[in-house]
Design a protein around this ligand. Structure first.
Ligand code: ZN
Length: 61
């Protein structure tokens, strides 16, 4: 009877946790190559990508 509780799938839970974090704006940003694609303003922008949901954002460095 003691094994009944172990029904959860840790992987799925972890994934859901990450997704709910992303949904709340807490992305897991990882910086990618800095690219000078905002040449007009002379800024160097760093591209960030969320390792969980793949969302991207840029930030001036
Ligand atoms: Zn995300």
């Amino acid at each position: 009877m003691g094994d009944v509780v172990r029904f959860k799938k840790p992987k799925l839970q972890e994934k859901f946790r990450g997704r709910s974090l992303c949904a709340n704006g807490f992305h897991k940003w990882k910086s990618e190559k800095a690219r000078p694609f905002d040449v007009k303003q002379g800024k160097l922008l760093t591209l960030y990508r969320c390792t969980r949901c793949g969302a991207t954002k840029t930030e001036a460095t």
